[in-house]
Every structure is written in structure tokens, then in C-alpha cells.
Design a protein around this ligand. Structure first.
Ligand code: IPE
Ligand code: IPE
Ligand code: MG
Length: 248
């Protein structure tokens, strides 16, 4: 008899691996970085986008299979409209200027969250970037746009409930794997390492389910100051951790 659910067992594909398959980052501290320099917050976001470019390259070189970046949370709509517009503009610029390079480097772009809220023009641009890079296999870059873990879980619950209502799913068959498949992250590898910059030690509604057995790393560095060296230091820290999944 087994008393341990299958999902609590070590995952041989990532459990003991020195290089995490999937790294997610809460890119925080852009505003404080700008403030410390007497610059507008938008300058911090622009510097943050540069950091994302460097970290993506370093992650690819290190052999990370998937990098997920929290770019805009479902709670970030609480910010002033001017800042939201700055962030949208930056996203538009980033996609326009980076798409060719991403594609050439074999990077597949994925979006988690509901980016339709950013309006039809931006939404179309994002969809185009996702479909253009869909067949790439070297690495996956997942960007969390208008993403919130609780909304994601609510949507997953609704999705499963609809299948039950239509007779396509027996409630007794709902298990961890079924819920996993109903999440935005369904095509991404299991989350191994979750990093948050800027000294804040909270998840801010990011990947709550997926982080169940991820290694968490909170660093003081503000996101615009985070680069290849900081990522490599984080990967070294991950390699030194022992993951137990409830076992011994
Ligand atoms: C993170 O930096 C970027 C986004 C949330 C879009 P912040 O803008 O939160 O920067 P701080 O936390 O105010 O320094
Ligand atoms: C989390 O950072 C969201 C992103 C990095 C996109 P926030 O700065 O929005 O989080 P809180 O408000 O400090 O929790
Ligand atoms: Mg912040």
C-alpha cells in the first residue's frame, strides 16, 4: 500500500538535477531603482526590460529549459494609468525589437495570464509572436501578463466543472494531474526555482500551486541590477540545495 501521493515523490527529471529545468522570476524593484537615481519610474521599467534580456540569455546558456517572468500581475491594474501605459508601451517595444532574435535563437514564447485585457492591438502582436515561435524547441520564455494565480485556479476549477456538467469528466477522476492540465502553465516543465528580487519576501499571487515544491530564493538586488552573474549565483545556490519532497 502506498500512502504517498505520486506527485509528492521526487521527480527524477528535475529532482536531483544541478540545473533547474524551470526558473521563474518575480522581477521586482524597478520603481525603487529609478527613485534612487532621481529618475521616473518608467526609466526603471526600461532598465528592467534590459535586465530581462540579459537574464534570458544567461538562462539559455546555463541550460535552463524554461524561464517564466512575472511582467504584470492581475493586481497591477491598481497602478496609475500612466504607469500602466508605460508598461504596455514597453511590452510592445520589447516584442517588436526582440521577436526576430528570440526566433533566431530557437526560443518559444508562451504567455500565462489573460493578455486580452491589454487591448486588441497589443493582444494581436503578442499572439503573432507566440504563433511565430511555437515550433521552437531550444528554450521556452513564458511571460506572465495580467497573471494572477488565484484567477488561474478559479478558471481551472470552472473548466473542470464545465467538463463534469457536460458529462465529459467524472468528479472521481479529478486529481492533481487534471488540475495541473487546466492551468495556464500546462505546457511548461515543473517549477524548480522561484526567484524574487528587491528584498520583498512574498509571492504576490504568482504560481502558488506550481511553487508547492519549488526552491524559493529572495535576493536584495533590485531587478534592473540583476544580470547574468546574479542568475548564475542563483543557479549555484539552487545546485547546493537538497530537495526532499517530504521524504528523508
Ligand atoms: C516590478 O517593479 C515591475 C512591475 C510590477 C511591473 P515595481 O514597479 O514593482 O518596482 P517597486 O517595487 O515599486 O520598486
Ligand atoms: C509583483 O510585484 C508583480 C510583478 C513583478 C509583475 P509587485 O511590486 O506588484 O508586488 P507587491 O505589490 O509588492 O506585492
Ligand atoms: Mg514592486
Amino acid at each position: 500500500m502506498t500512502v504517498v501521493p505520486a506527485s509528492a515523490e521526487p521527480r527524477p527529471d528535475s529532482g536531483g538535477a544541478a540545473v533547474p529545468r524551470h526558473v521563474a522570476i518575480i522581477m521586482d524593484g524597478n520603481g525603487r531603482w529609478a527613485k534612487a537615481r532621481g529618475l521616473p519610474r518608467a526609466a526603471g521599467h526600461k532598465a528592467g526590460a534590459e535586465a530581462a534580456r540579459k537574464v534570458l540569455r544567461a538562462a539559455g546558456e546555463a541550460g535552463v529549459e524554461c524561464l517564466t517572468l512575472y511582467a504584470f500581475s492581475s493586481e497591477n491594474w491598481r497602478r496609475p494609468e500612466t504607469e500602466i501605459n508605460d508598461l504596455k508601451g514597453l511590452l510592445r517595444f520589447y516584442i517588436q525589437s526582440e521577436l526576430d532574435a528570440l526566433h533566431k535563437e530557437g526560443i518559444r514564447l508562451k504567455i500565462i495570464g489573460d493578455h486580452s485585457a491589454f487591448g486588441p492591438e497589443l493582444c494581436k502582436m503578442v499572439d503573432h509572436a507566440v504563433s511565430r515561435t511555437a515550433a521552437n524547441t531550444r528554450m521556452t520564455l513564458a511571460i506572465a501578463l495580467n497573471y494572477g494565480s488565484r484567477v488561474e485556479l478559479v478558471n481551472a476549477a470552472r473548466n473542470l466543472a464545465e467538463k463534469v456538467a457536460s458529462g465529459d469528466l467524472d468528479p472521481a477522476d479529478i486529481d492533481e494531474a487534471k488540475l495541473d492540465e487546466a492551468l495556464d502553465t500546462r505546457e511548461l516543465p515543473p517549477l524548480d526555482l522561484l526567484i524574487r528580487t528587491s528584498g520583498e519576501c512574498r509571492l504576490s499571487n504568482f504560481l502558488l500551486w506550481q511553487a508547492a515544491y519549488a526552491e524559493l530564493l529572495f535576493v536584495e538586488t533590485l531587478w534592473p541590477d540583476f544580470g547574468g552573474n546574479e542568475l548564475r549565483a542563483a543557479l549555484a545556490e539552487f545546485a547546493a540545495r537538497e530537495r526532499r519532497y517530504g521524504g528523508l
